[in-house]
Design a binder for this molecule. Structure first.
Ligand code: GLN
Length: 408
């Protein structure tokens, strides 16, 4: 390129390497146990794998219908009716995407014009910021306040105005583990109706819950017409690499979303769509056992983290635990995460990567517990040694340490 032309478009300038995926890379480099990136290390249900093999043997190899194979859309419509009483027309209200990641960006590209404001509750899953940037949207961040990680109602109400096009809500929430209550969601719904705003809800962890009910935003009064519900197979069926997600939205919204999806990806993997349709037939008993399995993993990791001197908040849903690292004496989450991966041999995600202003997450680290018990137990053993290995000053503040030990 000539000196007068830049090689890259300006929209790429704000993007950094995903911190979550960077930590996975560092875990491999240092032979650490990876509790950073949220992907399960255990098997997917046999019913899905068998159905995927059958689909490949039957040469389901060509493009599916752009907005999703009929089998999968019909199965999804049945599942939404059965689980939540939602009336979803598979012909006009469903779009199958390459994971929830594509679902979010295709949705925002379809509904947001450059300069529109998009309200995001923070801490947030790290993709939402770049997603807004890709559309030229202006993100407006509203904090979830510790210790409960609830939003302040006045603060949220003040964030919505004439330029607000959409609000992104993620429940169960990554990284906080919050499952928003019906009352909280109804408050958000009321604001959406009042300000004529679209609610984009990322419900990818809908079946991974330990407390509380999952209330799809689309089921609240006035919201069916203005909610874009995003979910997918990745977390529910432990197939994050299959890249099968979906979007439920009213026909007018779906029409625009399908156009973007068509030109961006043409469609999601055809044989795997058939397999996910078979998975959806497993229904409630499967979702119950999924949640029970995760509850045991949660209890194991949260207990180990407490013993190790972290201050975790027990999650109500999803498979992450956000911990306060203050007892370790580090004043920088990234330095702490690097030290932990290199010296202790456990990878987590620095808290700052979930905030618009990194300083808000400097005292936090996120660990995932979507791992088998042997991996979590091995991580627990390593984490138990963290306090001894920590730089001397951190020992001053460890819980239970005698004040007189301060000379050490
Ligand atoms: N959702 C997962 C997480 O938060 C995976 C992130 C990713 O790499 N896309 O860890």
């Amino acid at each position: 390129m000539s000196a007068s032309k830049r090689v890259l478009a300006s929209r790429t300038e704000g993007f950094t390497e995903s911190v979550i995926r960077e930590m996975t890379r560092l875990a491999a480099l240092h032979g650490a146990i990876n509790l950073a990136q949220g992907f399960p290390n255990f098997a997917a249900p046999g019913a899905l794998k068998e159905a995927a093999k059958r689909a490949i043997d039957a040469d389901v190899n060509q493009y599916a219908i752009t907005w999703g194979s009929k089998t999968l859309r019909d199965a999804l419509a049945r599942a939404y009716a059965d689980l939540y009483g939602m009336a979803v027309d598979p012909e006009t209200m469903l779009t199958v995407t390459c994971g929830a990641t594509e679902a979010m960006v295709s949705t925002l590209l379809a509904i947001v014009d450059p300069g529109d404001e998009v309200v995001v509750l923070e801490p947030f899953y790290e993709n939402y910021g770049p997603d807004a940037d890709i559309c030229g949207a202006k993100p407006v961040y509203v904090p979830l306040r510790p210790p409960e990680n609830a939003f302040d109602r006045d603060e949220l109400a003040a964030a919505l105005g004439p330029r607000t096009k959409a609000i992104i809500v993620n429940t169960p929430n990554n990284p906080t583990g919050r499952v928003f209550t019906r009352d909280e969601l109804a408050f958000i719904a009321g604001l959406c109706v009042e300000h004529d705003v679209v609610c984009v809800t990322d419900e990818i962890y809908e079946h991974i819950r330990y407390e509380g009910e999952h209330v799809p935003m689309a089921t609240l009064p006035g919201m069916a017409e203005r909610t874009v519900t995003i979910s997918g197979a990745s977390k529910t069926f432990s197939v994050t690499g299959w890249r099968v997600g979906w979007i439920v939205a009213a026909p007018a919204l779906t029409a625009g979303i399908r156009k973007v999806h068509d030109f961006v990806t043409v469609g999601a993997p055809a044989p795997l769509q058939e397999a996910v349709a078979a998975g959806l037939a497993l229904g409630r008993p499967y979702y119950a056992s999924l949640a029970e399995g995760y509850r045991a993993r949660r209890d194991l990791l949260v207990g180990a983290l407490r013993e190790a001197g972290f201050a975790p908040r027990t999650p109500e849903g999803a498979y992450y635990v956000l911990c306060d690292i203050t007892p370790f004496g580090f004043d920088d989450d990234t330095a702490f995460a690097r030290w932990l991966v290199e010296t202790v041999g456990v990878a987590g995600v620095p808290g700052s990567s979930f905030y618009s202003r990194p300083e808000l997450g400097r005292h936090l680290i996120r660990f995932t517990f979507c791992k088998t018990h042997d991996v979590l137990t091995a991580a627990a053993e390593r984490l138990r040694r963290a306090r001894e290995l920590a730089p001397a000053r951190s020992r001053l503040t460890r819980p239970g340490a005698a004040r007189t030990a301060s000379s050490g």
